[in-house]
Design a protein around this ligand. Structure first.
Ligand code: SF4
Length: 71
């Protein structure tokens, strides 16, 4: 089965929390505000995929991606 996952490129992330503010259940941030996906980043529902797409569109650094992989 093809799985969709959300990823954050730590080299691009500038740590201003926007994704976390929008989707705290999907992202976590460290003490400097740099984001990583929660858990394994798997998008388990259409609602999660839509939320992740909004996060992609709202990341000013284009650090967030949705990837497809084998699950
Ligand atoms: S919105 Fe983008 S740059 Fe900002 S914390 Fe989230 S991943 Fe990092």
């Amino acid at each position: 089965m093809r799985l969709k996952k959300v990823t954050v490129d730590s080299e691009k992330c500038q740590g201003h929390n926007r994704c976390y503010a929008m989707a705290p259940g999907m992202f976590k941030v460290d003490e400097y505000g740099y984001a990583t996906p929660r858990g394994d980043g798997v998008l388990a529902s259409e609602a999660d995929i839509e939320l992740a797409q909004r996060a992609v569109e709202n990341c000013p650094e284009r650090a967030i991606e949705i990837i497809e992989g084998e699950g």
